[in-house]
Design a protein around this ligand. Structure first.
Ligand code: GDP
Ligand code: ZN
Length: 294
């Protein structure tokens, strides 16, 4: 018996990395009975007596898990937006942030295509960068066209961590991963991606080595619905809003129509960004108007 971490799962086989070696294992029938599906990222106990075929015997408790990509025990999500082509979209970014914050995963913001920002857009992008940094997020403005030695400035984000990458299509997720690990050879740009899609009907995810850490090779989140996030949880997904909560008059204040709301006061004074508050209110309305589910 040994302990390790699942780094890849394909058609019933789990590839468990333990002390630098990868062991091919099957899942025990007991998992199916108990309704447990071992996931990539899981810490497991396995039996490695036979070098070709072992068994995953036990899945350790998870700290979190995502459905798309199916990965457990994620340390951080790298949220990729582009500064241009497509235009930087703060509403979409905040939507991604809510989904990631609601899962208790740490977000890191990468803004790509720094090399092609039109002169007149540069100030706008710089303002967004400082706005998100003000909230406390780590934000990097970068270009995947830079050489590897420039890009190794980002190495520390990856070391010892399991990351998922998320962001709208076309923002440069694959380009960035290829640039920092040329062995990956992920498809870039939409044409070759849509051509490649038919061939791999069995979706599988793998944790690949990037610098000193692991990254899921499939980008995250295919839908951006909040259907699992409740109104009181939404507040927690905006750190700067949640911080003001103790100062609101009413416990359980949703910072919407309530009087004596510290959040609304902080928006007035500019301490909280009006844009972020607007996005919060629009997501809150979306959640409040959702039909009850039975
Ligand atoms: P993904 O859909 O998020 O994986 O985006 P891709 O990696 O496929 O990139 C979409 C397009 O943007 C490709 O044509 C890339 O060459 C281009 N691209 C990605 N990152 C950068 C960048 O930092 N600078 C420039 N100039 N182009 C980029
Ligand atoms: Zn309030």
């Amino acid at each position: 018996m040994a302990e390790g971490r699942i780094i890849k799962a394909i058609s019933g086989f789990y590839y468990v990395k333990s002390e630098g070696e990868v062991h091919q294992c099957r899942g025990r029938g007991v998992f199916r009975k108990k309704n447990i599906t071992p996931l990539v990222g899981d810490f497991v106990v396995f039996d490695k007596n036979n070098p070709d075929e072992g068994y995953v015997l036990e899945v350790k408790p998870r700290k979190n898990e995502l459905v798309r990509p199916p990965v457990a025990n994620i340390d951080q999500a790298i949220l990729v937006s582009s500064a241009t082509k497509p235009d930087f979209n703060p509403l979409l970014l905040d939507r991604f942030l809510v989904l990631i914050e609601s899962k208790g995963i740490k977000p890191i913001l990468f803004i790509t295509k720094k090399d092609i920002i039109p002169e007149k857009q540069k100030q706008v992008i710089d303002r967004y960068v400082s706005e998100y940094r003000q909230i406390g997020y780590q934000v990097e403005l970068l270009s995947s066209k830079e050489n590897l030695s420039e890009l190794s400035n980002f190495e520390s984000y990856f070391s010892k961590n399991v990351s998922v990458i998320a962001g709208q299509s076309g923002v440069g997720k694959s380009s960035f991963l290829n640039a920092i690990n040329p062995l990956l050879q992920l498809k870039t740009d939409d044409i070759s991606k849509s051509l490649g899609r038919g061939k791999h009907t069995t979706r599988h995810v793998e944790l690949v080595e990037v610098f000193d850490g692991l990254v899921a090779d499939t980008p995250g989140f295919s839908t951006l619905d909040f259907n699992k996030v409740e109104a009181n949880e939404l507040v927690e997904c905006f750190p700067e809003i949640s911080e003001q909560k103790p100062y609101c008059k009413f416990r359980g204040c949703l910072h919407n129509k309530e009087p004596k709301c510290a959040v609304k006061q902080a928006v007035e004074t500019g301490e909280i960004s009006a844009m972020r508050y607007e996005h919060y209110i629009s997501f809150l309305n979306e959640i409040l108007s959702r039909k009850p589910r039975y």
